[in-house]
Design a protein around this ligand. Structure first.
Ligand SMILES: Nc1ncnc2c1ncn2[C@@H]1O[C@H](COP(=O)(O)OP(=O)(O)OP(=O)(O)O)[C@@H](O)[C@H]1O
Length: 367
């Protein structure tokens, strides 16, 4: 499933970048502000339909341009699948897969799963539970084909219930009718998430053991309500509170992935670099799980050296190499990319200079 070709037009300072990446390791080196992260942003846009840097599409469309376009040939077996996205300044989004308009961003995510590790990665530990739920749900989405329909139905039922609660004057019978569907789908979502976290945990532990053997970190899953109760019981229990506050207090919308060390929350006890290692381990574990199920994914590693010492950088590279996935790594200087890749790994070095990308010959950086 690697990207065989990538065309980026009018995205930040990339007026027109066109290149053929390696199906394995791609290293993009350039000065601050040269456009390295924008290449990763373009690939991410192709998978998620949005940027990881800004929710405002106008910020990444090149100044004074009406739109940006990212187009790729995605390898699927012996075939190439053309996939493209166009984001216009007026807000329009056009996604095309194999020449036809895609129905939703879900189709994009299905044909191009992308995993990002960047300097903001520690936000997964630091940020709100929503960020961790999104992390878990991304994994479940690729792990369990039934998940997305149940999740969408549950979200719809939850929104309807909340809107009823907000308006007040609600009859118990009407609420109960909504609750049946909410509970059925909510239990489904919860079941899928729990199964996923259970499958992810041994992968996470093994990856972390390789990356940082001295770190002892445990994963736990909070389902969003008291584990001793069914969802139906929990909703019934918080009925009056829901009416008082005007929204649904309990359920899978409160779920969280708990990351703990023996002495407390990982966030409070680990250094920044250690947090980055834990998050990298979580993301690599997600990737491993996908690969184990016969899928492929693209890893985007933005600014690899940030917060990692040479020893941990090398360990991370070794792990990434062992995944046999397509990887894009950015770095400000070749010195920090001192890892020796195996002779059998296809490594392509690119240099980024003011929005212009060029392929380097092997060893050119060291000359
Ligand atoms: N909408 C835009 N249109 C044109 N240029 C933009 C736009 N937004 C940002 N830029 C410029 O595009 C470049 C984007 O660089 P990018 O963030 O990709 O750099 P980088 O090589 O990853 O840098 P660093 O090493 O500092 O992270 C910057 O020079 C920035 O000023």
């Amino acid at each position: 499933m690697p990207l065989a070709r990538l065309d980026i037009s009018r995205l930040r300072n990339l007026t027109h970048v066109r290149f053929e990446p390696s199906p394995q390791v791609n290293i993009i080196v350039g000065e601050n502000g040269s456009g390295k992260t924008s290449v990763l942003e373009a690939i991410y846009l192709l998978s998620f339909g949005r940027s990881f840097r800004s929710h405002k599409h106008k910020t990444y469309i090149q100044y004074e341009q009406p739109e940006c376009v990212v187009f790729a040939q995605v390898e699927q077996g012996a075939q190439h699948l053309p996939v493209g996205i166009k984001r216009s300044r007026d807000g329009a989004v056009e996604v095309r897969i194999q020449g036809r308009a895609a129905q939703s961003a879900v189709e994009l995510a299905e044909c191009l799963p992308v995993q990002l590790i960047n300097p903001d990665a520690f936000r997964l530990l630091e940020g709100s539970p929503k960020i961790r739920r999104q992390f878990v749900d991304w994994g479940v989405f690729h792990f369990d084909e039934q998940f997305i329909n149940g999740w969408r139905g549950w979200q719809k039922a939850l929104k309807q219930r909340n809107s009823l609660l907000r308006r007040g004057k609600i009859s118990a019978n009407l609420l109960a009718a909504f609750d049946q569907e909410l509970i059925r789908l909510g239990e489904q979502v919860n079941h899928a998430r729990k199964a996923y976290v259970a499958a992810l945990t041994p992968h996470f532990e093994a990856v972390l053991q390789q990356l940082a053997p001295n770190l002892h970190v445990q994963l736990g899953f909070f389902q969003g309500w008291d584990a001793q109760r069914t969802l139906s019981e929990a909703i019934e229990h918080s009925y009056q509170r829901d009416i008082d506050v005007g929204y649904t207090n309990t359920g899978p919308q409160r779920a969280d992935l708990r990351v703990k060390t023996p002495t407390g929350d990982a966030l409070d006890t680990l250094s920044r670099g250690q947090q980055k290692l834990v998050v990298s381990a979580l993301k690599i574990a997600q990737g491993q799980l996908l690969i184990e199920r016969g899928r492929q994914l693209v890893f985007l590693i933005d600014d690899l050296p940030a917060e990692l010492d040479a020893n941990h950088r090398r360990k991370l590279c070794r792990l990434l190499e062992s995944l046999a996935s397509q990887i894009f790594i950015t770095s400000v200087g070749p010195d920090s990319m001192d890892f020796t890749w195996s002779d059998t790994t296809d490594v392509r070095h690119f240099s980024m200079n003011e929005g212009e990308l060029s392929l380097k010959r092997t060893g050119e950086f060291n000359e």
